[in-house]
Ligand binder design. Structure first.
Ligand code: GLY
Ligand code: MN
Ligand code: MN
Length: 426
């Protein structure tokens, strides 16, 4: 599926409309993160830079200077200049022409000219927009290239006004363009194939890491970049550890297997969870718990409509799950009446939220208080976790917000009889 530059041209246009007059905005690519010796971790582009340029390469900078008198300097892409040594050791890098075609940006320069060009641009602007990570729950110790560049800005341009780019990009990235939805649908379709492979593979005695290997195989086979996040393959009570990624236990006869997995395609994520019986048949109790989650999920998907918020959906899901918990005998109505309101019983068996935004990042930009609008994409992932019974169930699909929400994973089996039938036909 070749990526057209039209998406990135459109994204830049939308951002430019949100900038104050006489501004320059700049975004750096992600760094190559050193591993050990002479190795780097695999490179993953900065999601914002990819969103604005489609360029998937390190040592890249975008500048936007929409009021610059020289039209050719209003959008500039800086890329690394390749040479024979780089070509021999690392392979092909974008040529100027290739970068122009991929991004739709006319003016592409080599990064060696960045300092002098940037100085010229900045001196024609009053404001400098910098892109800093603003996730309230995530503050990495390692500074990004944009964060490091602040020192230069403060030293060289102390009289400029520094403005925040992240809130503007958040507004834009929340609503997905049709091209983005297509890429995400493809990530979901690859994820679906992997689930079918797993249903045919799993039986008592296989190990969680072998299941992970099967997922990886199917993802790469279908041209995904790989996993959108480290997959959770959790059998038995491992499923009650929410971020279990060790994936090193044997799947036992009679246990459930919870898998939280998703392909990344063209840098767009899928995020899916499915829970299946290791031996292909749910026990009556497992089925009861599973169908409780499924009932809640189906209702919750219907609530992902314009006007609500993730917080509101969470509240409604917790109310439903509380009823299901009582029905499953996990606690009584009376226990609820007497519970500590700060520590409600429902959270004991359902300690996480129902939704998060998804897109270029699996936990994409956007908080739980954002009012949902058509074209946003969210996960819907209720669960029930009962460690004392070795039962952990989570079912998760990716949903487009609409008056009639659209399920990008609607074809990935999740009914009990569907799963049992497929697993019986090995
Ligand atoms: N895969 C991580 C999550 O479901 O949020
Ligand atoms: Mn999720
Ligand atoms: Mn997930």
């Amino acid at each position: 599926m070749p990526l057209e530059s039209t998406l990135f041209v459109k994204n830049r246009k939308k951002l430019i409309k949100l900038l104050q007059p006489n501004s320059i905005a700049l975004i750096h690519s992600n760094d190559e993160m050193p591993r050990n010796g002479d190795q780097y971790f695999p490179f993953r582009q900065n999601s914002d830079l990819f969103y604005l340029t489609g360029i998937d390469q390190e040592k890249t900078i975008l500048t936007l200077c929409p009021n610059h008198p020289d039209k050719s300097l209003r959008e500039i892409l800086f890329i690394i200049e390749s040479n024979e040594k780089i070509a021999t050791w690392e392979g092909h890098k974008y040529t100027i022409e290739e970068a122009q075609k991929a991004s739709g940006i006319e003016t592409v320069k080599f990064i060696s000219s960045f300092d002098s060009v940037f100085r010229e641009l900045a001196l024609k602007a009053d404001n400098i927009y910098i892109n800093l990570s603003e996730n309230p729950k995530f503050k990495p110790e390692v500074k990004s290239a944009d964060e490091r560049f602040i020192t230069t800005l403060e030293n060289e341009f102390p009289a400029h006004d520094f403005l925040r780019l992240a809130p503007l990009l958040k507004i834009l990235r929340l609503i997905k363009e049709p091209e983005e939805i297509k890429l995400m649908q493809n990530a979901c379709d690859i994820t679906e194939k992997a689930f079918h492979r797993i249903m045919h593979f799993v039986k008592p005695g296989v190990t969680e890491y072998q299941v992970e290997a099967e997922l990886t195989h199917e993802f790469l086979w279908n041209k995904a970049n790989g996993h959108a996040y480290p997959p959770i393959v959790a059998s038995g009570k491992n499923a009650c550890v929410l971020h279990y990624t060790e994936n090193n236990s044997k799947c036992k006869d009679g246990d459930l297997l919870l898998m939280d997995f998703g392909a990344e395609y063209a840098n767009y994520a899928a995020d899916c969870s499915r829970t299946i019986p290791v031996n292909g048949k749910f026990t009556p109790r497992q089925k009861d718990c599973y169908e409780a989650v499924l009932r809640v999920m189906k209702k919750a998907i219907g609530w992902l409509t314009p006007g609500t918020t993730i917080n509101r959906v969470n509240e409604r899901v917790e109310n439903l799950l509380q009823e299901e918990h009582i029905r499953l005998g996990l606690y009584s109505k009376k226990d609820v009446e007497n519970q500590d309101p700060k520590n409600p019983l429902v959270k004991k068996y359902y300690p996480h939220g129902t939704c998060h935004f998804i897109g270029l990042d699996v936990h994409d930009v956007g908080e739980r208080t954002v009012t949902l609008e058509e074209g946003m994409i969210l996960t819907c992932e209720p669960g029930i976790y009962i460690p004392e019974e070795n039962i952990g169930v989570r079912i998760e699909d990716d949903i487009i917000v609409a008056h009639k929400p659209v399920n990008l994973m609607g074809n990935i089996p999740k009914e009990v009889d569907e799963i049992e039938k497929i697993m019986a036909n090995k």
